[in-house]
Each structure stands twice: as C-alpha cells, then as structure tokens.
Design a protein around this ligand. Sequence first.
Ligand code: MN
Length: 716
Amino acid sequence: MIRFEDLIEKVRASNPEADVELLRRAYVFSAFEHKGQVRNSGEPYLVHPLEVADQLADMKLDVVAIAAGLLHDIVEDTQTPIERISELFGPDVAHVVEGVTKLGAIPFSSSEERQAENFRKMLLAMVDDIRVILVKLADRLHNMRTLHHLPEERRVKIAQETRDIYAPIANRLGMSKVKNELEDLAFKYLEAKAYESLRAQVESRRRATEGMIEELKNTVTAKLAEAQVPVMQIDGRIKRLFSIHQKLKRQKIDLDQVYDLVALRIITASVKDCYGALGIIHQTWSPVPGRIKDFIATPRPNGYQSLHTSVVSERGFPFEVQIRSSEMHRTAEEGIAAHWKYKEGRVGAGRDEQYFVWLRQLLEWQQEVRDPQEFLQNLKIELYPEEVYIFTPKGEVKALPRDASPVDFAYSIHTDVGHQCVGARVNGKMVPLRTRLRNGDIVEVITTPGHKPSRDWLNFAVTSRARNKIKHFIHAEEKTRSLELGRRLFDKEARKYGVSAKSLTEPSAVNRVLGEYGMQKADELFAAIGYGKLPARNVLARFVPQGELKETPETGIASVVRRVLGTGDDKIKVSGIDDLLVFRARCCNPIRGEKIVGYITRGKGVSVHSASCVNVVNLLYDPERRIEVEWDKGADPSTYTVRLSIQVADRRGILAEVSSKIAGINTNIRNVEATVDDQRGRIDMTVEISDVKHLQKVVKALRNIEGVLDVERAAR
Ligand code: MN
C-alpha cells in the first residue's frame, strides 16, 4: 500500500516546485471526510483516493489533478458540497472534482439512447478540462485492479463499461499503458474461461519462450553494437493476453499459429537510429513481407510513432520488433499525459493539440447525428482507429479505419471529392465503390462534376466523416425533393377539387392552417405532404371552411393555382436509376418504357410500380395515394436487371443455346441457374435490359428456341 509520504516524494522528484502543501491539505481533508468508511476489500476507504493520486503522480500530472484525485469521491460519498472544496482548495481543483463526480453519476449500462447522450457529456467534459478524464481513468484503473472484491454482477457491469468506454478513451488519448491494463482486466472478468485457458497456454510456453527472448536480445544487442547503432534499451516480452486473444479470434487460429507471440522493443536516442536499427534487424533475420510498418513517417491517429517489423529467427521462430526513440516511447506509453506542461497547468500547444483537434472534430460531427445507434457506432470507429494506410497516386498517405471503402477515402480528401466520386482505381484497377481497402493500397478516386452521393453508400462507408457528409447531403436533397413533391401534390389536389387560389393564399387562412398543424412556414407543410406524412386532400380540406370538397372537372382556376404555387407539370418524372424520393418498387421492378403508376409512401417518397403489378391490380394500395408518373425521357439511359424464368423441355444443349441466343442480341447475362426435374427443366436467368422494347425482343427470341416451353418475368 502506498504511503502519503511516498506520494509526496514522487511528486517532488518530477517537479521540485510542486505545491505539496496543497496535496497535504487535500490528504488530511480526504482522510477526515472518509473516516470510518471501508471498501469492499475491508481496507479503509482512504486507500482508494491515495492509489488514484499515486497513479496520477505516475502520469506526472500537476498538483491540481493529484489533489482532485485525493478528493474525487468526497462530493459523491459524503455530505460535503462542491462549494466547500472550492473554498478550501481553489476553483480548479473543485472544477475537476465536480467533473469527475458528474461522470460518476452517468449510468452507462442503460439504453442506447441514454448511453449516447452520456457519451456526449463525457466528450464535453474532456474538452472542458482533460484532467477530468485523466482522474476518471486513474479511478477506474484502481477499481479494476480491486474488482475481485465486488459481487459478480457488479464486476461484469463495471468490466463491460471499462471495455466499452474507458479503454477506448485511453486508447484514443494515446495512453497505451493504461489502456492495456484496463483491457486485460476487463478480459479477465468478462470472458473468464477464455482468459484462464489462454493464460494457462501462454504460461506453459513461458519458460521456453523467455529463454528464446533472452537469446534474441543478446543477438540484437551484439549486432547493434557491432554496427555502432546506439540504443538506450532493449526489451523482450510475451504479448498481452487480450491482444493475443483478439488476434486468435480475428484470424480464427490457435496459439501455435500466432505469428508474433513475442515482441522485442528497441529504444533509441534518435529517429535516425531507429532506421539504422531496422536495417540491422533485417540483415540479421529475414523480414516477413508486408509486415513492415512505418508509424514514424505516418503516426497513428492517436499520435503513436514506431517502426514495426516481423522477422523469423534462425530457429524458425517468428517475432515482432518495435523500434522507436525514447521520446516516441514516452508518448506511446503515456499519450496525452506525456505532453503535460506544468507551467501552464494544461496540455501544451502545437503537436499535442492534436488530441484536442480530434475531440473537437468528434463533437462537431456528433452534434448532427441523432440516431443513438449510429452515434455509438461512429464513436467506436473514432475511438479505435484500427487503421489501414492508403496512398494517393502522389504518394500522400491517409489513415483510415479497417474496412474503409474508396468512398471513405474520397471524403477524407475533400467533401466535394466524396460527393462527386463515381468510381475508384485501386493499384491501377477499376473496382466497385464498396471495395474494402487494404493496407498500402494506392487509390485514385474518379469524380464526375455534378454527381451526387447515393443512399446505398451508407451500406459500406465506415468513417463518421463520410457517413455524416452523405447523410447530410441526402437529407438536404430529400427536403428539397419532398418540398417540390408536396407542392405538386397539393396543386394537383386543388385543381381536382376546383379550390380557388385566393382561398389558398389568403394570409389569415394560411396562418390558421399552419397553426392547426403546429407549423411555422408553408414550406414545412408542403414538405410534410411530400414526405407522405399528411395527405394533400386533408390539408386542402382545412382551407375550405365549410362543407365537403367537391370534385370538379378541371377549370381555369387550376392554372392560376399552379402559377401561384410556382409549379409546372404535375407528373413526377422517373429516371431509370432510383432517386432519393422516387424509386422503383421491388415487387415488380418496372423498366423504362413500361406503363407505370406511382404511390406516395409514408416518408420514403414515391414508389413506382408497373401498371400491371399484381399489387396494383389487386388494389392493395390506397388509391388516395396514387399519383401520375412518367419516364423521364431526358434521363441518362440505364440498364435494369430482370429475372427471367424459362421453362424448358429436358433437351441436351438447351442451356448453351439459350445463353448464346441471348448473347447474340447484345444482352448481358448476370447470372444463370438451371434446375431439372423429371421431364421438365427450368432456367432462371438474370439479364441486363435497357427498356421494355429490349425485353420484348429477348423474350421473343427465347420463345423461338426449340424446347423452350414458356418464358416468364420473375419478381426481382
Ligand atoms: Mn473513486
């Protein structure tokens, strides 16, 4: 157990001018306030704040943070108000204690919605004063170390929260020492069986492995000395259990197949020596191709810098080597805490500001995200930026999360590059936008001016930046489209019932109707109609005070209304490709040239059906929602996939004949499946069709083949 005098010694050692009197007073006060309280372990409560303060002293934080560590549980656990802390220890200490108290009151295991909101609060607290989160992390670390004293249920809850929230935050702040310990402890309590079995396996290899590490260290030391590369320190270790566990899970392998169970770490005095040492390592052992990573030239998003390589020893034993300067090492272990400046009492400017830039950006993006699930997903990616490094054709490098797509890459360059991206070339080859990028890929984004993002991109874009930009664009576009759509629908309805323009534009009438719907602007009303939230007819009825609306043949009034509302043709144009608010129904998948009808859906715009669609014919859709639509002749030609179901007699070679016939009329086949039972066979085929005439041609050609009994168009 740590003694207070040891703590004072530690603080003095790293900062001789530290105000230890403040710490002494905080200690005495804390001892007094917590008097008589005991922890679950049976120890006096005071042990806990003392351990937390000690951890903060190890991080070399200032006395404000350390004093706050000593006092952090007082407001929560005793009757002492925060004002008292402020009077006695100053506003800074009180501010940090208050922040920690507030974070403590956040129940993270509640619903996703609450969790997202709480996470936002935590981010805000971090931006406000980073010491709040550092004290909280120290607090959590000690609680995790003593977790075995708690009942099972509480243990699991706290361990889960640690894994979900505190370890990722420590990671993002670059504090790998804290993160690693939190992760390993959480692993132990959350997956006790897996932890125990892995620990036993590693343990059984320990002696042999440690012997090997010793040998490797001696070789490295000798080789580096021989080559006169100065080094400060060489460590060898078996990797952490949780990191091995994750690797086993990710690669679905067992312990014997783990590539680098062992890591050597070489700490040099200068950056130049890092590369020197790397050269020597590669001369001594053969490097594993594709495993050399230069995080010095391209630091990880959390500031981590190091050279990584994997090599195979003369005995065929693979291991990882990490090489970094002592300064990089400190940053790697302590992260943001390594950049603490005593004088300013806060994190310094310049390079260290990156942590704050990240926090602010994160907050900014998250402000727009309303869906809590989306928020938490984004956050996970931002907190664990497990990364691939992607190059532009000019050799610039971008760090992206695992599974990033060319769309993510495009948005990381510029919003407009993202919006206008239509394709990508990866290592010189054209690839679909949904391709997952791999480490070291050279990616060239192909853009077309005026191109717009598609909703489909949300199925594979992973960075919050890309996702938010896409959503933002889609929402804006949807708003415009629904407004336009709503106006047209309303106009059409007014014409149908012969309602005069005057009654629709009279300000008092407009305001009354808006008031009835609780809206401010006419645009909102039209948008609601366009989104399918309000039927146009109901809105119209509110403008006509008494009596029923009566359907009338179109009169001259209509054109007036149209002019007033500023709309033209009331038909909705359908281009081939699904639009944000006009899309082809999946049940019948109409193709260009076919007779079509539209239905306003609730909130998703207009679904376009083939006029012969069974659902339309059977009047499954509310006729009130029906609107006229037509194919947009000006739109770019596009192809549609159509599934054909072909009944054939079981005749040899018929499949080949069907395929060649279709290819003969310039039609692409996407997919073919043939099934044969007794007498008859069936061929299911997906073809690319440009319009209804093309389809008729294909069907006719197929019917002419001997042995083809029937050709049917199947639902998509
Ligand atoms: Mn505590």
